[in-house]
Design a protein around this ligand. Structure first.
Ligand SMILES: NC(=O)c1ccc[n+]([C@@H]2O[C@H](COP(=O)([O-])OP(=O)(O)OC[C@H]3O[C@@H](n4cnc5c(N)ncnc54)[C@H](O)[C@@H]3O)[C@@H](O)[C@H]2O)c1
Length: 336
């Protein structure tokens, strides 16, 4: 039985608590949060203890921690937890700063402790099936990947201000999907972004609508489109054109009923947001972490891959600001 502690009892921490308690190979023993009430409420719900992060890290019987605190704490906690001999699953993004994330990567790799980054979309059964079909050679060589990712509504501007910006906070998932599908990071990134949904987002220095092209050295192209507002729900689709065919993973709809009448045809809209769409993915993600821990296999999403997605986000942020294409260089991806 793997003993686990959860750091962060907010929105996503509560989701992870359900996955941890649903897994028979582990036990959620402690919860920590800077807000005592948040930690107490969640700990009471799941029958765990409230402890400080220091107490958790000093407890040698705890083998793994799940970091679901705010992004600006991730690198510090990855370093402290791995130095204390814990395996880590850390939420995305690794950090708000690529330099800080690279330092955490170096420190964590130095300890030899396994670290996984929470890119839950890889574990979505639809996207996983697309990847398996592609890896199985079913459409030949990948040539053009298109990722659509629209949120139903923008977050509050207070969140936008501390989020690191759309490319680091939101498109980071899509950068990871692109790197994952094509087996590694692109060579260059070209981005454009606007604040056309909410002018206050623009006033806070961020964008709410963005399009990015990624190019690999052999000519493969990725196109990512993000918007903070899709009035019809959570729009999450992938299309991959290969030399022998096309794979596409469509939206998950509220129901499967289609109506056809003399007026036309209609279907249900996509499910509302990430909690509705990805609940199953979060559970599979946690199982994948525990299984890798038990077997000693490489984590299914490594810290290096988390850094690569952040390198794309940093390049896209710079490209959108300057209008230039930005290269992803080896030094942005971690020590050799
Ligand atoms: N993978 C996903 O789909 C997904 C979805 C949502 C959020 N996230 C990521 O998860 C992280 C948390 O997001 P959230 O939406 O749950 O935020 P949240 O604000 O709801 O929760 C964060 C919690 O961390 C606590 N916290 C902050 N600093 C702390 C510290 N130093 N020590 C202890 N506790 C601390 C806060 O008190 C809060 O309860 C972010 O990095 C975010 O990017 C990922």
């Amino acid at each position: 039985m793997i003993r686990v502690a959860l750091l962060g009892a907010g929105r996503i921490g509560q989701v992870h608590a359900k996955s941890i308690t649903a897994n028979d190979d582990c036990q959620l023993v402690a919860v920590a949060d800077a807000l005592p009430q948040a930690a107490q409420d969640l700990a009471a719900q799941i029958g765990a203890e409230v402890r400080s992060i220091d107490e958790i890290l000093a407890d040698d019987s705890i083998q793994a921690v799940l970091i679901a605190t705010s992004t600006d704490t991730h690198s510090d906690l990855i370093e402290r937890a791995t130095a204390a001999g814990k395996a880590v699953l850390c939420e995305k993004p690794v950090d708000l700063s690529l330099d800080r994330a690279l330092a955490a990567l170096k420190a964590a790799e130095g300890t030899g402790q396994p670290v996984m980054v929470g890119f839950n979309r890889r574990f979505d059964p639809n996207f996983a099936a697309l990847k398996a079909a592609f890896d199985g050679g079913e459409i030949g060589k990948g040539e053009l990947l298109s990722i659509t990712s629209y949120d139903p509504a923008p977050p509050p501007v207070s969140y936008v201000k501390v989020s690191g910006g759309l490319f680091r906070d939101m498109m980071i998932h899509d950068f990871d999907m692109a790197c994952w599908v094509f087996g590694g990071p692109p060579a260059r990134v070209t981005a454009t972004g606007s604040a056309i949904v909410d002018p206050e987002i623009g006033a806070a220095g961020d964008v709410d609508t963005a399009a990015v092209t990624l190019q690999w050295d052999d000519g493969r192209i990725g196109v990512i489109k993000n918007s903070r507002r899709a009035g019809y729900g959570y729009d999450q689709r992938i299309e991959l054109l290969g030399s022998k065919g096309l794979l596409s993973a469509k939206n998950v709809l509220e129901n499967t009923v289609e109506k056809i009448s003399a007026e036309g045809a209609s279907a249900a809209k996509p499910v509302y947001f990430f909690l509705e769409r990805y609940m199953r993915a979060y559970e599979i993600e946690w199982t994948a972490f525990i299984d890798a821990l038990k077997s000693g296999d490489t984590m299914p999403v490594t810290l290096r891959e988390g850094v690569a997605a952040l390198a794309c986000a940093e390049a896209a942020t710079k490209s959108a600001q300057t209008g230039e294409t930005v290269a992803i260089t080896a030094d942005m991806l971690g020590p050799a």
